[in-house]
Write a protein that binds this ligand. Sequence first.
Ligand code: SF4
Ligand code: SF4
Length: 204
Amino acid sequence: MSGIAQGMWTTLKHFFTSLSKPVTVQYPEERLPLSVGFRGLPRLVYDLKSGDARCVACAICANACPVGVIHIDAHRGPDGRKLLDRFDIEAGGCVYCGLCVEACPFDALTMTPGFELAAYNRVDLLWPKERLLVPGTAENDANMHWIMSGVEKQGKTPPSAWPHAAQEAGLLPQDWAASTDSAEAAGETAAEEEREEEVAATAS
Ligand code: SF4
Ligand code: SF4
């Protein structure tokens, strides 16, 4: 009987808390901030100075893609370098795994926060390179390196620097580490207190 009362008490407590502090977000008018490294559709990055895509058409990303939705065609330029003719991603088939971003040796792919990709037909879900291009800003690079977390690459920013790089790009608050620790600690303390309350109520 006391267990049922305890359960009802917990339910009522959360019910009244939700009345004073609603947790529902009125999307699309209201939007929650997306976390750094959010895996939206993979996008091709172009260099800010030259305006050229960083992609060298090596096709490593296409081979890494588990569902085969990256399609690349290229030809050799007069200097022997490969030039992209086609770089398409079928957004309708992408599973947002990020393996292509991890595999790219040239920092030429990232994933951006865009997630509203709905279209009325499958043709509109085919993203050609002109549509995929995004600038190589500090923000896009920080997102890219975050997605690569755990992937060791020669000459890449070490994992310990990624939160700092994201803070510099404005993707994380400057006190992110401290606030995360304190939020976790506060969450743990609240959970412990709730457990103690439950144990005390059950014992009585
Ligand atoms: S792995 Fe990188 S450089 Fe190579 S084709 Fe893909 S995006 Fe371009
Ligand atoms: S995110 Fe995954 S599924 Fe999507 S294109 Fe990259 S490797 Fe393929």
